[in-house]
Design a protein around this ligand. Structure first.
Ligand SMILES: C[S@@+](CC[C@H](N)C(=O)[O-])C[C@H]1O[C@@H](n2cnc3c(N)ncnc32)[C@H](O)[C@@H]1O
Ligand code: SF4
Ligand code: SF4
Length: 437
C-alpha cells in the first residue's frame, strides 16, 4: 500500500471511531499496522486518537472515550514517553469515573510564596506569610515528566528562592509555563533562562493602571516608570520566538474601568500578545473599588467590543475576560434555579455509571491541581473560598481535597463555589469546566 492509500485508510479509520463503530475501527487498526508504509505514523495516530478520546470526555461521552482508549492500546508499542502514557491513562480514569487516580496531574497552578514587593489595594496575600516548603517543591519536580503546563503564582513568584531552578527544570521537560508577576523583579538572568527554555513560556504581567497615578494608587509600592523600563528590557532581550507570549492582566475596578480603551492601546503599543481582564474577587479589601451594575456592564461592553474586533483581526491581540454582564434579577433567578437543581441531584443521583453517559459538571478535578498556601489543594485557585488542606503532602493529587472534589462532582453534590461563583464568571471558567484544562 502506498502513502496515499494509507492516508485514505487513516481517514476512514478515524471516521469509524468518531461514528462509534469501534469494532470495525479495531479491525482496521490491525490492518493499518501491517501496511508497509505505516512505520513512523504511530506517534501521529496516537496523537489524533488522544484528541478524539479527550473530545468524547469533554462531550461527556465517557463510554465512547473508553472504547477509544482500547483502540489506542492496540498501538501501545508506539507510545514512548511518560507524558503521552499519562494522558491516555488520565482520559481513561476520567471516563471510568475513578476517584483515586493512578495518572498524575496534567496542569498545575502553584503559589510559590505569598511574599511580595508590592501591596496592591485589592490583594491580601502579602499579609499571610508563606513560602512553599521543600517537600512540595519535590512533589512538583516529581510530577514534571507528566506535566503539560504549569502556572507559577504568588505573592510575587520571582521572590521565591528556588524559582529559577523550578523554571529551568520545567523547561527541560518542555512544559508550557506561565509566570504571573508584577514584572518589577524581572531581570536579565530570568530573561536569559526564558530565552533558552524549551516549551512555551507566558510571562503575564499584572498592570491595573496605565498612567503613573492610577498604577501607583492600585499597585501600592509599585513604580510605573520602573515597570515601563522592564517591559522595554523584555522586548529588547527576548527575540520574538513563537514559543514566548507576553501577556497583560488587569483587575477591572472603579479606579480603572474607564481606562479600558487606553489599556488595550497600551498593550498593543508595548508588544503584548494578550490581555486578561479580571473580575475583582470580593474581599474585605478594596471595598470601594467594586463596580456597580452599570459600571460593570459598561466595562463588559467595552471588552466585548475589542474582543469582537480583534477576533476578526487575529494577528493583533487576544482579549480574554472573566467578567460578565449583570442583570440583578435574572442573575439571582439563575443562581436560585441552579441551587434547586443541586438539591434534586443530591437526592436522585446514584454513583457514577459510565453507561448513563452522565453529565459531570466540571472535569477540572481529574486534570488540574492548584497548590496554594499552607497545603491548600484544589482543582483551580477559585474552587473553594476557605480552601481544603491536605495532611500528607506526599500525595497532594490523591489527598482529601482533590478526592472530595472528584467524589462530589460525580455524585452531583456540587460545591457551592461551582454555581455561585464559577458558573457566573465568564468564558474562561466555562472552558475549564468543559475541558478540565
Ligand atoms: C495574586 S497575584 C500574584 C502574582 C503577581 N504578584 C501579580 O501581581 O501578578 C495574581 C493575580 O491576581 C490578581 N488579583 C489580586 N487580587 C485580586 C482580587 N481581589 N480580585 C481579582 N484579582 C486579584 C492580581 O492582579 C494578579 O493579576
Ligand atoms: S503584586 Fe500581586 S501578590 Fe503582590 S500585592 Fe499585588 S496582586 Fe498581590
Ligand atoms: S466548577 Fe469551577 S469551582 Fe467547581 S470544581 Fe470546577 S473549576 Fe472548581
Amino acid at each position: 500500500m502506498n502513502q496515499i492509500e494509507t492516508e485514505i485508510k487513516l481517514k476512514e479509520f478515524y471516521k469509524l471511531i468518531k461514528t462509534y463503530s469501534f469494532q470495525e475501527a479495531s479491525e482496521k487498526a490491525g490492518e493499518l499496522m501491517k501496511c508497509g508504509s505505516f512505520d513512523g505514523q504511530g506517534k501521529q495516530i496516537i496523537g489524533v486518537l488522544i484528541d478524539i478520546a479527550s473530545k468524547f470526555n469533554e462531550d461527556r461521552k465517557h463510554k465512547e472515550a473508553i472504547e477509544t482508549v482500547k483502540i489506542i492500546n492496540q498501538f501501545k508499542d508506539y507510545i514512548k514517553d511518560k507524558k503521552t502514557e499519562n494522558i491516555i491513562l488520565n482520559e481513561l480514569e476520567l471516563a471510568e469515573g475513578r476517584i483515586k487516580l493512578l495518572s498524575k496531574p496534567r496542569f498545575l497552578q502553584v503559589v510559590l510564596t505569598t511574599m511580595c514587593n508590592l501591596d496592591c489595594i485589592m490583594c491580601g496575600l502579602p499579609q499571610a506569610y508563606y513560602v512553599m516548603p521543600d517537600s512540595i517543591k519535590e512533589s512538583i519536580t516529581g510530577y514534571m515528566p507528566y506535566l503539560e503546563s504549569v502556572i507559577w503564582q504568588g505573592g510575587e513568584p520571582l521572590l521565591y528562592k528556588g524559582f529559577k531552578d523550578l523554571f529551568k527544570t520545567a523547561g527541560l521537560y518542555g512544559i508550557e509555563q506561565t509566570v504571573t508577576t508584577n514584572g518589577l523583579l524581572v531581570d536579565e538572568e530570568i530573561l536569559e533562562i526564558i530565552e533558552n527554555t524549551q516549551g512555551m513560556i507566558h510571562l503575564d504581567i499584572s498592570i491595573d493602571g496605565i498612567d503613573e497615578a492610577t498604577y501607583a494608587k492600585i499597585r501600592r509600592k509599585g513604580n510605573f516608570n520602573a515597570l515601563l523600563k522592564k517591559i522595554d528590557l523584555i522586548n529588547k532581550t527576548i527575540t520574538k520566538k513563537k514559543s514566548f507570549m507576553l501577556g497583560m492582566q488587569s483587575v477591572v475596578m472603579k479606579s480603572n474601568y474607564k481606562q479600558i480603551d487606553r489599556m488595550v492601546e497600551f498593550a498593543i503599543e508595548k508588544g503584548f500578545s494578550k490581555i486578561l481582564f479580571q473580575r475583582l474577587f470580593p474581599s474585605y479589601l478594596a471595598k470601594d473599588e467594586g463596580l456597580n451594575d452599570e459600571e460593570n456592564n459598561f466595562a463588559v461592553s467595552k471588552i466585548n467590543e475589542y474582543r469582537e474586533r480583534f477576533e476578526k483581526q487575529q494577528m493583533i491581540i487576544n482579549i480574554d475576560s472573566n467578567i460578565e454582564y449583570v442583570n440583578k434579577e435574572s442573575a439571582c433567578a439563575e443562581i436560585h434555579k441552579d441551587e434547586s437543581q443541586v438539591c434534586e441531584k443530591q437526592i436522585d443521583l446514584s454513583l457514577h455509571d459510565t453507561n448513563k453517559n452522565n453529565d459531570i459538571f466540571c472535569l477540572a478535578p481529574w486534570k488540574r491541581m492548584f497548590i496554594g498556601r499552607e497545603n491548600i489543594v484544589m482543582p483551580v485557585c477559585h474552587c473553594d473560598v476557605d480552601g481544603i488542606k491536605v495532611d500528607d503532602v506526599c500525595d497532594l493529587w490523591n489527598g482529601k481535597g482533590m478526592i472530595d472534589f472528584r467524589k462530589r462532582l460525580l455524585e452531583g453534590r456540587l460545591p457551592e463555589q461551582c454555581v455561585t461563583f464559577c458558573k457566573t464568571s465568564g468564558d474562561c471558567f466555562e472552558r475549564i469546566r468543559k475541558t478540565g484544562k
